[in-house]
Write a protein that binds this ligand. Sequence first.
Ligand code: FE2
Length: 161
Amino acid sequence: MISVSQHLSPAQAACLRTEFAALDRAYWRDRSRHKPNLGLNGSPGHYFSCGRIACPEALRLAIDTVAPEWPGHGLEDWVVNWTEPGGGIPPHVDNEGYLAVALLCLQSESGAFVWYRGNDLDRPQPIPDRAGQLIRFDDIAQIHGVPPALSDRYVIVFLYR
Ligand SMILES: [Fe+2]
């Protein structure tokens, strides 16, 4: 099941984005080198992550406060992904053992999240980025990816058990 809703106002999303965009590079881990999320084609993708524990405390609290509730699931962790223009994540299946994922986009027109209907790579279903938009999916076998970003793209990934 994939659902899309508006979780934060665009202004709230922009506020969080400003904080992440100002973070020193030292906060970000290069996911092509650290815990790569390999695509079906074996390539690692190009993006950076800042995990909850690594995040500065004020920002961590701000995100904890807006974390979406998901009846039937418990929030386990979250991570912020930053994709530079041209970066992206090839079609893949998440392999970290969570049961459900919610993606909170912090800006509009930075690209898209793409899922594949019937896990058929010839049937991409792009969901264009919108500030404050939340995409939820709870089928862990669902193939998904991020095509080359159009601008710096910040997305908070909430992970549920
Ligand atoms: Fe993923």
